[in-house]
Design a protein around this ligand. Structure first.
Ligand code: NAD
Length: 478
């Protein structure tokens, strides 16, 4: 079984105490790789390497253009090793290989986009009436800790790591314990691309009382960018506040998908399926609450059920598979399974789906669910939609906003005024109209309420990953 180590100071290394963990493929339910299992000492070692690289190495001082070139070299190497990266995420979490290939392409874009964005960014110059002018500089902050989840291991890791690097910081990346392999591969490729030692470090391990919490406690970490559960985000925020370390938190969701009776039904059904069954619903942005206007409810549900049942359930390594026959881990399967029990359904009935083989849950649609039921209120993070009929626009908005989350929402309508009117009223960081999952990396990404703090993407990542500085200069002596 291949070994995947930490990446520290330009070397791939074992844990200081030699500890390892087995990396389990959730489809075969067998270990397929051995991973260095880090703890506090390993996290501190990685932070020390990153701090040394920031304080004494060339990265923060080499300028945007040289960093851009190195990052593009990394992106080239990712493209050359795309199949290895895609297979790593598929074996680590059961994602269908075609979707992992898509994630690799998007991850390459993360690298190229943030490299180019930093290189081409412009600060403000402010001519003043007093014979001075002021301008903005974007100073790197130092060591950034990037803590990522298991649902899009490579895509969300690179989304956090790359803007930090592009702005001249050094990074310690802790991927989720269930999906560690693609992070080590990226670390290896960064070494091959010629990144200076200590610029991109990877440390493996668990979150609480382990490598993850050690990163959040370390005073030499100057920013924490975290994606994961809302509960974990609250813990990290509390710990980080002891050092006044700024945090960017991308957390859970319970996305509402509203289909009005004037919608293009074919398009709405297509995206309603994508919104909850892509990646087996293990998506923060999942459209897990479906609200359909009463006049089209019956017809919509017939088509929606048929489309859900037409998904090809199978081996995630098979390119023909569109829906994986495995959730990401046994622990996660057990959690999702719990939501299909009577006490979670609150009287709702399963229209299609339910448990599958092994650690799998089939594409599941639940109807007649009261608004207070756990399946309606809580993030299931699995392939489970709750579907409800509504009558008026105001009712749909009210139902959609009745959640402690606020990451995203979808609206399907052919009425232009309604589209803008409803989008404006939804409490969500992203609203998609007549589509889903389409991203512009310059746009703000993040959530309202318990879906997070802060925004990432384009200038939003720049503002978090730098210390903006005002320089005021006298032009004419008074
Ligand atoms: P998680 O919170 O369990 O773990 C995420 C990461 O945090 C892992 O690397 C874990 O090891 C680490 N961690 C856990 N406890 C920690 C602690 N006390 N200190 C430091 N690190 C700690 O989340 P998960 O189960 O891996 O991911 C699923 C969750 O992520 C879902 O709630 C989902 O909605 C959310 N998510 C949000 C977004 C977004 O952009 N808003 C994107 C993807 C996933």
């Amino acid at each position: 079984m291949q070994f995947y180590g930490h990446i520290v100071d330009g070397q791939e290394v074992p844990s200081l105490d030699g500890a390892t963990m087995a990396d389990v493929d959730p489809y075969t339910r067998e270990p397929w790789a051995t991973i260095a299992l880090g703890g506090k000492a390993d996290a501190d070692r990685a932070v020390a390497a990153a701090k040394n690289a920031f304080d004494n190495g060339p990265w923060p001082r080499m300028g945007y253009e040289k960093r851009q070139q190195l990052m593009h070299r990394l992106a080239d190497l990712m493209e050359q090793n795309a199949e290895e990266l895609a297979m790593a995420d598929t074996q680590d979490m059961g994602k269908p290989i075609t979707q992992s290939r898509h994630d690799v392409a998007r991850s390459v874009l993360n690298v190229r986009f943030f490299a180019d964005h930093a290189r081409m960014s412009a600060g403000e110059a402010l001519p003043m009436d007093t014979g001075h002018h002021a301008y903005t500089r974007w100073e790197p902050v130092g060591v950034v800790a990037a803590i990522s989840p298991w649902n899009f291991p490579l895509m969300l890791g690179t989304w956090k790591v790359m803007p930090a690097l592009a702005w001249g910081n050094t990074v310690v990346w802790k991927p989720a314990e269930d999906t560690p392999v693609s992070a080590t591969i990226i670390g290896r490729l960064a070494i091959e691309a010629g990144f200076p030692h200590g610029v991109l470090n990877v440390v493996h391990g668990y979150g609480p009382d382990s490598a993850g919490s050690a990163l959040t406690e370390n005073p030499d970490v100057k920013r924490i960018t975290f994606t994961g559960e809302s509960g974990t985000g609250k813990i990290i925020s509390a710990v980080a506040s002891r050092n006044l370390t700024p945090v960017s938190l991308e957390l859970g969701g319970k996305g509402a998908n509203i289909v009005f009776d004037d919608a293009d039904l074919h398009n709405a059904v297509h995206w309603a399926v994508e919104a909850i069954f892509r990646n087996a619903g293990q998506v923060c942005l999942a459209g897990s609450r479906l609200y359909v206007q009463r006049g089209i409810y019956e017809e919509f549900m017939v088509r929606y059920k048929a489309a859900a049942e037409a998904l090809v359930v199978g081996d995630p390594k098979d390119p023909a598979t569109t829906f994986s026959a495995a959730l990401a881990s046994q622990e996660h399967f057990t959690k999702v399974k719990g939501y299909l029990q009577a006490d979670s359904l609150g009287g709702g009935s399963i229209l299609t789906g339910g448990l599958g083989d092994g650690w799998s849950v089939r594409p599941t649609i639940i109807t007649n669910v009261p608004h207070t039921a756990r399946v309606m209120r809580e993030e299931i993070f699995g392939p489970v939609t709750v579907a409800t009929a509504f009558d008026t626009e105001a009712e749909a908005i009210s139902l959609a906003n009745d959640t402690r989350y606020g990451l995203n929402a979808m609206v399907f309508t052919e009425n232009l005024s309604r589209a803008h009117r409803v989008a404006a009223q939804l409490h969500a960081g992203t609203v998609w109209v007549n589509c889903f999952f389409i991203r512009d990396l310059r746009a703000p990404f993040g959530g309202f309420g318990e879906s997070g703090i802060g925004r990432e993407g384009g200038n939003f990542s720049r503002d978090f990953m730098t210390e903006p500085k005002a320089v005021v200069m006298q032009i004419d002596p008074a």
